[in-house]
Design a protein around this ligand. Structure first.
Ligand SMILES: [Zn+2]
Length: 446
């Protein structure tokens, strides 16, 4: 409903400075057990021989363990659960609790599902009587004769096949990213349906109303980088338990509660309730505790990173803050791996490079190294070209490396390079982040 969005937008605008930086200390963490009560059980185990467990119960059990674990590991931090019993809460109620308690983090616990395929199997046979129809006579004397005979026919049992998908995925609001791992397990289905599709969607329809767009922008500006950072750490820690970690995913629609909370927020789809192994795992004490501990470790790492970026936080060396205004001055670009390499053939040893931000202009700052020498130092990318020329050395590999000094507002850091050699023009799109550089290798062919 537009009203809800308008209200929330005004709320953000009136009570907060939209461009204020996110707070430096993590004092309050909100833990939301997804769904709840009779009205909203969430997903239910429905395949043959499932535990018939309900998502609302799984999320509550994991959330309670997470609250306990956070309190144990982070004694100074106020941990607030949205619910501790099986009660129904409208998503706006969950958001209200988070906002009124001035949370610095919002952790939503859910379990995934997906459409189940029907299966059938033969469980026996039965004898049925059929009739052979014949006729005698003609015209008005025509008579129908039914001759009974018996046949054996198979008896089938119908059931729901379990999901083959399994694993934990982490969701944040906004942007357009789905992790390759998750895409892969969805088997290339374009519009795959998983729980996050329908989650907490309230009465709201995806729309492009100005209110919605405004909220999305405000949220993205303020919290997306931090949400993404925490989500990545959670994914890492889940992976460390040996469980399939399906990556960090982003979605504009359907995760209402994430955008209604005025703080960095993540949603953990702990496992697929309709996958036998996952259902047992998320219903087990061991699985629930393991997930609670993994998420807690991620929060501890996140908290340490955010707080040590504050000069008043202590004597620890500062790790890069993820705030978009912070430029990372790590000189050792060679410490990062090169993930994205493009090779192009040029016809002249003198080439001109025009460097732009690719896609949305979101304050991406980059440095460029050519044959290990710095040629562009911390340049903010815009829609206007930053141009420079390079002289290729014949007989060797000439390599240009793009180094991300930040992630921009919409990670990763993406650059568009137009390379001209006087004869031909190449367009190259490069994407770098705080772990990976991107590079272009030039082959000279006169
Ligand atoms: Zn859910």
């Amino acid at each position: 409903m537009p009203f809800l969005f308008l209200f929330a937008a005004l709320n953000l605008l009136m009570f907060d400075n939209v461009f204020a930086q996110a707070p430096k200390f993590i004092k309050t963490i909100i833990v939301d057990a997804g769904h709840g009560g009779d009205r909203d059980p969430g997903a239910i185990g429905q395949y043959e021989n499932s535990l018939r467990s309900k998502e609302k119960d799984v999320t509550l059990a994991i959330a309670l363990k997470l609250v306990a674990e956070l309190k144990r590991q982070l004694p100074g931090v106020n941990v607030v659960p949205t619910r501790t019993t099986d009660i129904y809460q409208h998503p706006s109620e969950k958001a209200r609790i988070a906002n009124e308690n001035h949370g610095d983090l919002f952790l939503c616990i859910h379990a995934d599902s997906g459409p189940l395929k029907p299966g059938k199997r033969q469980v026996g046979t039965r004898t049925v009587t059929r009739y052979k129809i014949t006729y005698t006579g003609k015209g008005k004397r025509k008579k129908k004769i039914k001759t009974p005979y018996e046949v054996e026919e198979p008896v089938y049992e119908h059931f729901k096949m379990p999901l083959t998908r399994s694993g934990t995925s982490v969701w944040i609001f906004a942007a357009h990213k789905t992790s390759d791992k998750l895409k892969a397990i969805m088997g290339g289905e374009d519009n795959f349906v998983i729980e996050a599709d329908g989650i907490d969607s309230v009465e709201e329809k995806p729309d492009n109303s100005p209110e919605r767009t405004m909220i999305a922008k405000i949220y993205a500006k303020r919290y997306q980088e931090r949400s993404d950072r925490l989500a990545t750490l959670v994914n890492d820690e889940v992976e460390n338990t040996g469980r399939a970690a399906l990556g960090v995913n982003q979605r504009q629609v359907g995760i209402w509660v994430l955008q209604a909370t005025n703080m960095p927020a993540i949603l953990v789809e702990t496992g697929f309730i309709n996958n036998p192994e996952d259902e047992r795992y998320i219903n087990s004490e061991k699985g629930q505790q393991e997930l609670a501990e993994a998420i807690t470790k991620a929060v501890q790492r996140y908290k340490a990173q955010i707080e040590s970026a504050n000069p008043q936080a202590g004597t620890q060396p500062a790790v890069p803050a993820i705030d978009k205004r912070t430029v990372i001055s790590e000189p050792a670009y060679e410490k990062r791996t090169i993930k994205d390499t493009k090779s192009i053939t040029v016809k002249s040893s003198k080439i001109k490079i025009d460097l732009y931000d690719d896609g949305d202009i979101d304050n991406d700052i980059v440095s460029v190294y050519f044959n290990k020498e710095l040629v562009v130092d911390k340049k903010s990318l815009t829609a206007n070209a930053h141009s420079f020329t390079l002289n290729l050395e014949p007989g060797k590999i000439n390599e240009l490396v793009l180094f991300a000094d930040n992630l921009g507002n919409i990670p990763p850091n993406t650059a568009l390079m137009i390379i001209t050699d006087g004869v031909t023009r190449h367009e190259v799109r490069l994407s770098a982040d705080l772990k990976n550089n991107a590079s272009v290798r030039f082959e000279l062919k006169n």
